[in-house]
Design a protein. Structure first.
Length: 173
C-alpha cells in the first residue's frame, strides 16, 4: 500500500549506499512512468532517460562524478534534457531554464516514487558532463542533467535539517 504523498515527501532521503540486490524491471518502469507524468513547459517533454545497469558503464558514470557509490547501485537512471527542443518553442529561456526545470520535476517524481516503493536513491548533479556523454555515447542534442543511482538501501540516512520557514518564506499580503 503506497504511503500518503506528504509522508513520502517528508521521509524521502538521499541514500548513498546500496545492497547488491537487483531492482525488478517492473519497478524501474513504474519510476519512469512517474517521471513522464511530471509537468513540462508547453508539455514538450524535452527529456530522455537512460537506464544503466551494465557494470562497466556504471563505473564510468561513477568516475565522471568522482562518487564511487554511483557504481554500487544496481541501476543508475541518467536523466537528460533536450535543450534544442525547448529552444525551438521558447528560445533561450527554453534552452537554459525550462528544459532543466522539466527534467528536475521528472527526477523529483522518480525520487518520490522510489521512496514510496521502498527503494533508495540519490540525486547526483556533480559530474563531468563530457565524461557522461562519452560513457553513454550520447548524441549532441542530449544533455545529461542528473545521475540517479537506485536500489535497495544499505544504510538508514539521517534527515539533514531544513531552514525554518520563517527564514525562507516571505508573505506578500
Ligand atoms: C541539484 C542537486 C545536486 C545534488 N548533487 C549531489 C551529488 O552530486 N552527490 C550527492 O551525494 N548528493 C547530491 N545531492 C543530494 C543532496 O546532497 C541532498 O538532497 C541534500 O543534502 C538533502 O538531503 P536529503 O535529500 O536526504 O533531504 C544533490 C541534490 C540536488 C537537488
Amino acid at each position: 500500500m503506497a504511503k500518503e504523498v506528504l509522508e513520502v515527501i517528508r521521509q524521502r532521503r538521499s541514500v548513498r549506499s546500496f545492497l547488491p540486490q537487483p531492482v525488478a524491471p517492473e519497478l524501474i518502469m513504474t519510476l519512469l512512468e512517474a517521471a513522464v507524468w511530471a509537468p513540462s513547459a508547453g508539455n514538450l517533454q524535452p527529456w530522455q532517460f537512460y537506464v544503466v545497469r551494465a557494470p562497466e558503464a556504471k563505473a564510468k558514470l561513477a568516475r565522471a562524478a568522482g562518487q564511487a557509490f554511483v557504481a554500487q547501485a544496481p541501476v543508475v537512471i541518467v536523466a537528460c534534457a533536450l535543450p534544442e527542443q525547448s529552444a525551438a518553442v521558447y528560445g533561450s529561456r527554453g534552452r537554459l531554464l525550462y528544459c532543466l526545470q522539466d527534467v528536475a520535476a521528472a527526477v523529483q517524481n522518480m525520487l518520490l516514487a522510489a521512496s514510496s516503493l521502498g527503494l533508495a536513491a540519490c540525486w547526483v548533479g556533480a559530474f563531468r558532463e563530457e565524461a557522461v556523454v562519452q560513457a553513454l555515447n550520447l548524441p549532441p542534442e542530449v544533455r545529461p542533467v542528473v545521475l540517479l543511482p537506485l536500489g535497495y538501501g544499505g544504510e538508514t540516512a539521517v534527515a539533514p535539517p531544513r531552514h525554518p520557514l520563517s527564514r525562507v518564506v516571505q508573505w506578500v499580503d
